[in-house]
Design a protein around this ligand. Structure first.
Ligand SMILES: [Zn+2]
Length: 130
């Protein structure tokens, strides 16, 4: 059975702020098939359950840490199982202050979504032109 490496596509978007003309940017979107989602989900679960296991050795704090990490692991599992498209490397210029930057996006790709300029800290809106 051939295992295909993850597929990516580059999506262009437009960013609008309070004033100024909307600017253009691009984002790389990784698509996961069912098998890749399952693998990523199990990796996430394994990582956090590993942390939970290590927390057992921290006195007193382990009463809080161990169940928290176990729950967080489960949460990660659910999140990753549901993530078919992951957005990375969102590049663009802020329409308000003009600073070129990489934007922090929600891990699960969706558009429109709100983003924040790192320079002027204004809320911007990322949309995909149809
Ligand atoms: Zn800005």
């Amino acid at each position: 059975m051939a295992v295909r490496s993850h597929s990516t596509r580059v999506q262009s978007f437009s960013l609008s702020g309070y004033h100024g003309k909307p600017t253009r940017g691009t984002v790389t979107i990784r698509e996961f098939n069912r098998e890749q989602r399952m693998r990523r989900a199990l990796e996430g679960l394994g990582k956090w359950w590993g942390v939970a296991l290590l927390s057992v050795f921290i006195p007193v704090a382990h009463f809080v840490l161990v169940p928290s990490f176990l729950l967080y692991g489960m949460w990660q599992l659910c999140q990753r199982l549901g993530t078919a498209e992951l957005a990375t490397d969102a590049h663009g210029a802020c329409p308000d202050c003009g600073t070129e930057q990489t934007f922090e996006l929600a891990p699960r790709w969706r558009a429109p979504q709100p983003v924040t300029c790192k320079q002027c800290h204004r809320g911007l809106r990322l949309t995909v032109p149809s």
